[in-house]
Design a protein around this ligand. Structure first.
Ligand code: SF4
Length: 312
């Protein structure tokens, strides 16, 4: 038996793929949403809406890092002490290593750092593994087949330029990317055709939907997030202090601080001085961070700023 499982992120590409599958009257179809714990509330609400509006069941899955955190605690208590790391840092790390139930925070507590574009372990740990382990394997273990429908488009990025439309992953799992050749606007056309609203985050100036913020977000996106959703910045600020306590060097920043051109090689990089709040200030500047962007987004702006022409 073939199970058609659609990965749903709340973004335009996965939504268009789900609607495309529905328009084809695909049999035995269902969705899966991997909750990273770092999404905006509007995305959670949108997934609820999508499920209700399409009538397609969307299963929610979450990664759980309790075991990894428990093992790390053991390691810190023995190895860190053996390496001569101060009792203060060891005791502080042990006290903070309690699973919060938020997958993103727990992943970073376990790793003692945030992911980065060079070490992008978040996608695998928070999205790919939970979907494969919690949804696909129970199906293939019974001898059934999974078609994994994925909303991936080739013009999204250089990395995705040659992504195949169909791939045999082995073990009874096949990846299918039916919108690989679509341009971005076609995804909104598909939603309009099927009478489905896009995630409202697009009309609020976000070019993509996913973690808020994503470690790969641009300067402009960070500026927009800080202006419109200051709670998201406050959450990351709090996480920086917690993850710093779980890190051997006592500091962990959400964004790689050396991406900030105003940081000099000899600067001491600490989360208190080079964390998310500093990056937000930098996002408001022009010309390498030396001049304020007087024409940028005003704090608290609620105007439509979609770069997909979604103003109505
Ligand atoms: S959206 Fe960004 S931060 Fe979130 S899992 Fe994907 S790459 Fe990582």
């Amino acid at each position: 038996m073939i199970h058609n499982i659609f990965s749903v992120s709340g973004g335009k590409d996965s939504t268009a793929t789900l609607l495309f599958g529905q328009a084809l009257e695909t049999q035995n179809m269902s969705g899966v949403f991997a909750d990273t714990g770092n999404e905006h509330q509007q995305t959670y609400d949108y997934v609820d809406y999508l499920e209700q509006a399409t009538g397609i069941e969307i299963r929610r899955v979450k990664a759980d890092f309790s075991e990894q955190i428990a093992r790390k605690k053991e390691r810190i208590n023995t190895k860190w002490r053996e390496k001569g790391i101060s009792d203060y840092i060891v005791d502080r790390a042990i006290s903070i290593l309690v699973p919060s139930g938020n997958p993103y925070l727990d992943l970073c507590l376990w790793k003692g750092r945030f992911p980065s574009s060079q070490a992008q372990f978040c996608t695998q740990e928070l999205k790919v593994f939970p979907i494969i382990e919690q949804v696909f394997f129970p199906i293939t273990d019974k001898g059934d087949i999974v078609w994994s429908w994925q909303g991936v488009r080739r013009d999204e990025s250089l990395n995705r330029r040659y992504v195949p439309e169909f791939e045999d992953m082995g073990g009874g799992i096949f990846n299918y990317r039916p919108i690989a050749k679509w341009p971005a606007l076609a995804t909104f056309e598909a939603m309009a055709y099927m009478g489905i609203k896009p995630n409202p985050l697009y009309s609020q100036g976000n070019d993509r939907v996913g973690c808020m913020p994503c470690i790969n977000c641009s300067k402009k996106e960070l500026h927009n997030i800080a202006a419109r959703y200051p709670d998201a910045i406050d959450r990351i600020f709090e996480w920086e202090s917690l993850v710093s306590m779980a890190s051997k060097r006592g500091s962990a920043t959400f964004f790689c601080a050396t991406n900030d051109p105003t940081v000099k090689a000899d600067n001491l990089i600490e989360y208190q001085t080079h964390g998310i709040r500093r990056m937000v200030e930098w996002s408001k500047t022009m010309r390498g961070g030396r001049k304020l962007d007087l024409f940028g987004i005003k704090d608290g702006s609620t105007e439509c700023a979609s770069s997909y022409g979604l103003c109505e």
